[in-house]
Design a protein around this ligand. Structure first.
Ligand code: HEC
Length: 256
């Protein structure tokens, strides 16, 4: 152990009596002091140039490695090609958006009309002397029971349509239509090409199929239709904007 005076000789900066800033201040004008590294506050020291260079290399190399891997900046890992959501273990409620009756039946009926358009034409005008028109036809616009029978059973023989006489033969083109399809088709031809008659509901069409069944098979003709079937099919007339459930084709219960 050495005494305090000798230790202060060796390491004067530890001597309490020496004021370090003051001592440095005295050296200020000494040119050597200018070459001294100046002191910074903690945390504000200059960063080593080497550290800056090494960081730059790490960023460049690391960035290029990640970029070349291809997938790091892509979403490919997050999506799978052809992914299909599995079937829900619980039955999900199907929400069918109700549609206005007229628009809905017209849309469905237009598809069914593809069975008819080769003869009666897409514009409903038929072909002069051969196929009578549906546009402006009293058979289409008038009572619905005779119209349903024409479609379901076919019609033959002399028939007056829109002021012209025809004597042709139409097979039972609509024999296999369901009540829904028949109602949509009848609604379509009754409300297209300037025709403006009432909607035929699936219920009315079902009644027509029943009437046809009781009548028995075979084509009908103008005379029979006028004599026995010049009636409206039973059922309430549906307002065009009544909302229908597109699944059941039934009017949806009103909210209130
Ligand atoms: C192969 C041609 C042909 C096809 C297909 C056909 N019709 Fe006809 N249609 C005729 C002919 C011909 C007559 C006239 C029959 C007669 O002279 O007795 C007729 C008559 C009618 C009539 C009564 C007269 C009139 O013009 O209003 C209606 C209604 C009618 N067809 C609707 C339809 C509907 C609906 C379809 C589709 C489901 C259809 N037809 C498919 C040839 C066809």
């Amino acid at each position: 152990m050495s005494d305090s005076s000798s230790s202060s000789d060796l390491r004067p900066d530890l001597e309490e009596s020496i004021n370090v800033p003051e001592a440095h201040g005295a050296l200020k004008d000494d040119p050597a002091a200018g070459r001294e590294k100046s002191l910074h506050e903690n945390g504000m020291e200059a960063v080593s140039l080497w550290l800056v260079l090494i960081s730059a290399v790490v960023v460049l190399v690391g960035g290029s490695v990640m970029g070349q891997g291809g997938s790091f900046f892509g979403y490919g890992e997050l999506t799978k090609d052809g992914y299909m959501r599995g079937k829900s273990p619980v039955p999900l409620p199907t929400v069918a958006v109700p549609e206005p009756a007229l628009a809905f039946l017209q849309k469905q009926g237009a598809k069914v009309y593809s069975n008819c358009s080769s003869c009666h034409q897409p514009n409903g005008m038929g072909q002069t002397g051969q196929f009578p028109p549906l546009a402006g036809s009293e058979w289409v616009l008038g009572n619905t029971e005779k119209l349903a029978l024409i479609i379901h059973n076919g019609v033959a023989g002399q028939i007056e349509v829109a002021g012209s006489s025809y004597n042709g033969n139409m097979a039972a083109v609509g024999a296999n239509l369901s009540a829904k399809e028949l109602s949509a088709l009848m609604t379509y031809i009754r409300t297209s090409w300037g025709n403006d008659a009432s909607i035929v509901t699936p219920g009315m069409a079902a009644a027509a199929l029943e009437i046809s069944k009781q009548r028995g098979g075979g084509q009908t003709n103008s005379e029979e239709l006028k004599k026995s079937h010049d009636k409206m099919l039973p059922g309430d007339i549906l307002a065009p904007d009544t909302l229908l459930d597109p699944e059941t084709w039934e009017p949806v219960a009103s909210e209130e």
